[in-house]
Write a protein that binds this ligand. Sequence first.
Ligand SMILES: [Zn+2]
Length: 186
Amino acid sequence: MTGVRESVARAVNSSNLGENGDEWETNLDRIGALAFAPRLGAAFLRWRDGQDASFRERVLVELVRESLRLARVKRWKCSAGQVYAIAGRVLFEVEHDQCETCGGHGMIGIRRDVAPDPATKPGICPDCRGSKKRQFDAADRARALKISVDEWRTHVEPRFQRVRATLFGSVKQMTLVLKDQLERAP
Ligand SMILES: [Zn+2]
């Protein structure tokens, strides 16, 4: 999370619009900046950075809407039902992105019950290799979407990657808009 996203997320959850802490910006400035961001990215900020679970549904709806819009423009072959299922899986992975083996620390040995793998550097988590991120494979994703791994690899994975890129593209755009609106260097 970048500093600007953190301060805007705090502002949207604050009841004091005039509060500005040590900075010249007020919470009202920060909330106003979010209004210029794309709807999908703005909903994502409220859901994840702002930790407001009620925005998950909004993110899903906006992600489906934006993916279908891009599908039409770019002539991807993808039904609305499939986009909806894929978008749900993309959000699930966002919610469960922490490596389970190391508990999101990137290192093992912090927990005594997890033995280090001799093939990796001592201390670095063998599952995420220090990235702290949970790694999902084709089998996990095919199972979640109730399709075969073959079906996943040949037909669904490219669409999944597009929907995922749609989400993170909008999040990136939202971050740039906030930086621009609040006049911080990128
Ligand atoms: Zn790990």
